[in-house]
Ligand binder design. Structure first.
Ligand code: NAG
Ligand code: NAG
Ligand code: NAG
Length: 475
């Protein structure tokens, strides 16, 4: 009996190992203790904070924290590529200049971070060139570093920013799901990785992959939220103390604090991506942490992507951490971080008269701008459904679009409409508030892939007045 079950277990183990090794170039289960093991391949890490401004403090804080973790885990500097605008550490609003924290009273996560691409170099074109290894295109930009991956290499991509249906934001442009998918296809075709793991924190992050990412190319994406929900900032309001913003994002902080807290346990090295995912899924209650793509990758240890070092004495978790860990993290929907912060400050009694006036004005202007954005986009919507009444029941209402499924072929139409809105009305990447309203335009394209020509004419006609206001930075 004992022997029999042992034999069948062994057979099962062989069977599942075979499933996990689809390529002939793959050597069976080579351990990579060090980050750049010759047999195990190299590990590459791409860290991107796609926003700027103090209200988005949390994005760069998350990314700096991730940098500390992978460095601590032994990933060499030359294999880590970092994109962040870098306007936070030395921001005039920073109460402790030159530092960034990712939890209340946390350690400085900015220290020692090598930023490869800063300022306006943080854009989607550069990101795609970096991950596809286009060294030539990047040679005069930033440090020029790109992923130079081979068939044994593992790539970890951590992206944190605003997002919406089929889109991730960058400060001045947008990354569409089909563009990311093309880049992944290019990487696959050129055998420049063995496995890719992506951790994506953004509103509606699941819509980048749902029905889009294939399940047989060794790419797994873990997202902070499903295709139709917001992601959440955390350590906001009172927990951010003098910072008056959110210090982190809930999914990012959850996986990273979990790593920090358990890194000294020997079992952490073997903990799988799926184990980490399940824990995040349980502990992140405001949104649904999701997983897409090739589930084989989920059975790999997380340390196979983010590294691991056995005797790390100087690890973050070794330093005294604040005592609020047991207190629930207070959270704010990513969409409302700025408004929420302003309202909270206004409610405080310590505000000077001039400061109060400045904040009320800011709040009033922001509301006016939101109204302008809604009016402009709703006008376009009304004109479209008036011209094509038969699609109205399919796409849904302006404020409550129907849940339709994205597919790769809708993106040319969708992108074309959104480019036109940025050109004729206001910058979509610059006004994260507007991102929430874009699902209806995706729906138009899902219902009719050729609708964009007609929609674009209506965009021009509807925005002739809006353009002069030159909207910027509406959250
Ligand atoms: C991105 O930045 C590079 C320079 O770093 C620039 O050449 C390129 O045009 C930018 N792309 C966009 C879409 O802004
Ligand atoms: C998840 O929550 C449980 C119970 O609240 C806690 O014990 C555990 O440490 C948390 N895990 C993470 C990863 O935060
Ligand atoms: C974010 C932050 O700095 N929080 C607190 C750190 O600790 C001091 C003293 O306990 C508080 O006053 C800060 O608000």
């Amino acid at each position: 009996m004992g022997v029999f079950s042992f034999v069948s277990l062994a057979l099962f183990a062989i069977g599942s190992a075979a499933i996990q090794v689809p390529y002939s170039y793959r050597k069976p289960s080579i351990d990579s203790e060090s980050a750049n093991n010759f047999f195990g391949g190299k590990k590459w890490v791409v860290l991107v904070a796609g926003s700027d401004g103090w209200n988005n403090y949390r994005h760069q804080a998350d990314i700096c924290h991730a940098y500390q973790i992978v460095r601590e885990n032994g990933i060499p500097k030359e294999n880590i590529i970092t994109m962040m605008v870098d306007d936070i550490a030395n921001n005039p609003r920073n109460p402790v200049p030159g530092t960034i924290i990712n939890q209340p009273n946390g350690t400085d996560v900015y220290k020692g971070v090598v930023i490869d691409y800063k300022g306006t170099d943080v854009n989607s074109t550069n990101f795609l060139k970096i991950i596809t290894g286009d060294k030539k295109a990047m040679q005069f930009i930033g440090t020029g570093k790109v992923i130079e991956g081979g068939p044994r290499d593992r790539i970890f991509i951590n992206f944190v920013d605003h997002g919406t249906t089929g889109i991730l934001g960058f400060p001045d442009d947008l990354l569409y799901a089909d563009e990311l998918n093309d880049a992944l296809k290019t990487m696959y075709a050129s055998a420049s990785y063995r496995m890719v793991l992506m951790y994506i924190e953004a509103c509606k992050a699941g819509s980048m992959f749902d029905g889009i990412l294939r399940d047989n190319t060794d790419v797994l994406a873990v997202t902070a939220s499903g295709p139709r929900e917001n992601s959440y900032g955390c350590y906001c309001r009172s927990q951010s103390g003098p910072y008056k913003t959110c210090l982190g994002d809930l999914f990012s902080v959850t996986w990273m604090e979990n790593w920090d807290a358990t890194v000294s346990q020997p079992s952490t090295r073997k903990r799988t991506v799926f184990h980490d995912f399940k824990e995040c899924r349980t502990n992140v209650t405001e949104s649904n942490v999701m997983v897409y793509g090739d589930f084989k990758t989920g059975h790999e240890p997380l340390s196979a992507f983010i590294g691991y070092k056995t005797h790390s004495k100087t690890h973050l978790s070794a330093e005294p951490i604040m005592d609020i860990t047991n207190e629930p993290k207070n959270t704010v929907s990513s969409r409302n971080v700025r408004e929420n912060t302003v309202q909270q400050q206004l409610a405080s009694h310590e505000l000077s008269f001039s400061e109060r006036r400045r904040l009320s004005t800011e709040s009033r202007l922001n509301n006016e701008m939101r109204l302008i954005i809604d009016t402009a986009l709703r006008t376009i919507y009304s004109k479209v459904v008036k011209a094509r009444p038969e699609i109205k029941s399919k796409v849904g209402d302006f404020y409550e679009p129907n849940h339709l499924d994205l597919s790769l072929d809708v993106f040319p139409c969708y992108r074309s409409i959104l480019n036109k809105i940025t050109e004729s009305c206001f910058s979509l990447p610059r006004n994260p508030y507007a991102l929430d309203r874009l699902t209806i335009f995706a729906n138009f394209c899902i219902v009719d892939k050729h609708i964009h020509q007609m929609v674009e004419k209506l965009v021009s006609a509807s925005c002739s007045k809006v353009q002069k206001l030159n909207l910027r930075n509406v959250y």
